[in-house]
Design a protein around this ligand. Structure first.
Ligand code: NDP
Length: 292
């Protein structure tokens, strides 16, 4: 079997087009322009790239982008003061603090200082609790993107066996919660899981969010399963730097029914979902019907 390739790049372009349509309507019918504030502390090169991409795409869909770049030695007090200012700014509907933060800053404290209604990353404990109890919340962007692609491919996910590899707060745990909310039977595997290959082999849906290049091979995958590869790993191969996922693409694609490539799978969906979450936050703030 040769897997269907789930084209995250095309899917994300479609999501952005829908977001742009909503933004146009909000402007024309309600005189409101959604605004996203992104806060970057320090000069981590990968974070700088992500922040630049987020700003660019925010503007491209017609929203306002507010970038706040702070020095690496910014005090917690100064950062919290900025977040307080953004919480109270009616032009700002979404606030994202780019992670990781420098080690002298308490990430949990900082994230929990964002107004839950503006927490477009969905990392505030209030949003985590709402998601965990099946209530309306802001949903973390990467797992949301994975869920959208899974729903598009399968229609209903009800009753499917899903194995999520990884239990981070930003990907693994919310992914498992979303799959559970969609009535999957969910297993979370992690670094202490015994016989992980056998566990993964039971899955109709595999979501790999590990950060280990090509750890999951075709031998782990059940015939016809859907493989969502969240991993983004930079490796050296044949003297060149290459981007690979947590799944060994060729061997997994031989066995799987469908698979997301790296790059061009989950990655593009993450920013598209951030833009969608910002429109949702804007609609909720103004008591307007939110996009589906
Ligand atoms: P973390 O490092 O926070 O979590 C990794 C998880 O993988 C942990 O739960 C860890 O288990 C588990 N793990 C590590 N080694 C093994 C192993 N040998 N077997 C089984 N499980 C293992 O990573 P993130 O969740 O933040 O990110 C995961 C990957 O996804 C990374 O490659 C990252 O770059 C990528 N990513 C991609 C995004 C995108 O937009 N496409 C967005 C966010 C992340 P334990 O808890 O026991 O230590």
């Amino acid at each position: 079997m040769s897997a269907k390739v789930i084209d995250g790049k095309a899917f994300a372009a479609n999501v952005r087009e829908k977001v742009a349509g909503h933004v146009t309507r909000l402007k024309e019918e309600n005189g409101i322009t959604p605004g996203l504030a992104v806060v970057l502390v320090g000069e981590d090169p990968a974070s700088q790239v992500y922040v630049r991409m987020k700003g660019k795409q925010t503007v491209e869909v017609g929203m306002n982008s507010y970038e706040h770049k702070l020095d690496a030695d910014t005090s917690e007090e100064a950062l919290l003061a900025l977040i307080d200012q953004l919480n109270n700014d009616p032009a700002v509907h979404g606030i994202l603090v780019q992670l990781p933060l420098p080690s002298h800053l308490n990430s949990d404290l900082v994230i929990n200082s964002i107004s839950p209604a503006k927490d477009v990353d969905g990392f505030h404990t209030s949003n985590v609790g709402l998601l965990g109890t099946g209530q309306k919340s802001m949903v973390p962007c990467t797992p949301l993107g994975c869920l959208m692609m899974l729903r598009d491919h399968h229609g209903s996910l009800s009753g499917m066996n899903a194995v999520v590899i990884g239990r981070s707060n930003i990907v693994g745990k919310p992914m498992a919660q979303l799959l559970l909310n969609d009535s999957c039977t969910v297993t979370i595997a992690h670094s202490r899981t015994k016989n992980i290959q056998d566990v993964v082999k039971q899955a109709d849906i595999v979501v790999a969010a590990v950060g280990r290049p090509e750890m999951v091979t075709g031998a782990w995958i059940k015939d016809g399963a859907t493989v969502i590869d969240v991993g983004i790993n930079r490796i050296e191969r044949d003297g060149k730097t290459k981007l690979v996922g947590d799944c060994e693409y060729d061997s997994c694609a031989e066995v799987a029914g469908a698979i997301t490539p790296v790059p061009g799978g989950v990655g593009p969906m993450t920013i598209a979902c951030l833009l969608a979450n910002t429109v949702t936050a804007c609609c909720r703030a103004n008591n307007l019907a939110e996009p589906e």
